[in-house]
Design a protein around this ligand. Structure first.
Ligand code: KG4
Ligand code: ZN
Length: 361
């Protein structure tokens, strides 16, 4: 059995996980720092300091939950890119220290690549506080379901607070970036629309819930598709359209608190419908261009109920991660670390934190 310890600290979550033989998650702990809610977004300096406070408790909790001893770990995988450099440095330093002191391989993981790979994750078999918590749903029998099969070529979409990118996957190790947002990421648009509506942070889950009781046809928000063949995204116009709808144009200012709960639900549902329409049209274009046999979707917005519902009727199979692995976690990095280790992709102790992804057009 191959046991990999994964570490994630790219943005505001400090996370660690232990996986067995790739996608089988034995333990996954994520510390989310509520401090950012006050600022309606991530404050890099606060994030770095919170990672320093959390990294050791998170690692200790993860190992205890996995019932695996540190000495039995075969390799350490760490997300060393892309992200906030001050945040990344904390995870990278912890991973290097563990790899050096245990004399085990250090595996560098691209966080965006890990979001794609998260569709393979399955909660593990071993009883532990963490896996018990995770096993409500798919794993409640205590048995791991077989990992979903991704048939290549595939199209991948990473939709999160920091990314909205499309990929052509020929295998898990042969991937090209084929489209990306030219302004806001879709999750960022969710967070900003929630701020406009004064709903709290992060906005995605709140808007998703409110959208269930609203009318998606109540407000006709724009669907920005760019040129006919384009695989790029743009969400800033949609965000501005919501701002004008809620606050009014210059000269007739109003406030979000003048909206009724039904108005807010209608705005949420109409905004969500616009996002989902755009994401689906771009996936359709990419699948056609790549002759894809499967679609894989990861990142925080892959938890979205409207997106999941709409893609349940797509022409080729669409794979989503289990809900608990849509947002940032270390299980996806550890599992991808298994694939990378098999391909001899390891790093030396001079591994650096990199702000940008390895994927560029
Ligand atoms: O993947 P993630 O944890 O972090 C990044 O790598 O950016 O994604 C966080 C983003 C946030 O913008 C959050 O609002 C959004 O994912 N999100 C959602 C939902 N759950 C989280 N957006 C739409 N619907 C959801 N259910
Ligand atoms: Zn992420």
């Amino acid at each position: 059995m191959s046991l990999i310890l994964g570490i994630e600290s790219t943005c505001d979550e400090t996370a660690a996980a232990v996986v067995a033989d790739g996608p089988r998650v034995l333990a996954s702990v994520v510390a989310t720092h509520a401090l950012h809610a006050r600022y309606r977004g991530v404050v890099p300096e606060i994030a770095s300091r919170a990672h320093i406070d959390s990294i050791l408790p998170v690692l200790i909790e993860t190992l205890a939950a996995s019932a695996i001893k540190l000495a039995d770990i075969d390799a350490i995988a760490v997300a060393n890119r892309p992200g906030l450099v001050g945040s990344l440095l904390v995870g990278v330093t912890a991973a290097k220290t563990l790899a050096w002191s245990l004399a085990k391989p250090l595996i560098p993981v691209d966080h965006v690549h890990a979001h794609l790979y998260s569709v393979t994750l399955t909660p593990g078999l071993f009883p532990s506080p963490c896996t018990q918590r995770e096993s409500q749903g798919e794993g409640s029998s205590g048995l791991s379901p077989a990992p979903p099969q991704v048939i290549f070529p595939a199209v991948g979409l990473v939709c999160s607070g920091g990314h909205t990118s499309l990929f052509h996957l020929r295998s898990w190790l042969d991937i090209d970036l084929i489209g990306a947002t030219i302004d806001d990421a879709v999750g960022e648009a969710y967070d900003k629309v929630a701020a406009i509506l004064e709903l709290g942070y992060p906005g995605g889950p709140i808007i998703d819930t409110l959208a269930q009781s609203g009318d998606p046809r109540a407000v006709q928000f724009p669907r920005t598709l760019l040129e006919r063949e384009s695989l790029d995204f743009s969400f800033s116009g949609l965000k501005t359209a919501v701002l004008y709808h809620v606050r009014g144009h210059k000269g007739r200012e109003k406030r979000a608190d003048s909206l009724t709960p039904a108005d807010i639900a209608n705005v949420a549902a109409s905004f969500q419908a616009a996002c989902v329409d755009v994401l689906i049209e771009k996936i359709r274009r990419a699948a056609h261009r790549c002759n894809a046999r499967t679609v894989v979707i990861g990142g925080g917005v892959s938890a979205n109920s409207g997106l999941r519902r709409a893609l349940s009727r797509f022409d080729i199979p669409v794979l989503f991660p289990p809900l608990q692995y849509c947002t940032d976690n270390a299980a996806m990095s550890a599992a991808l670390g298994h694939v990378l280790l098999q391909a001899n992709v390891t790093a030396t102790l001079d591994l650096e934190a990199q702000p940008s992804s390895q994927f560029a057009i």
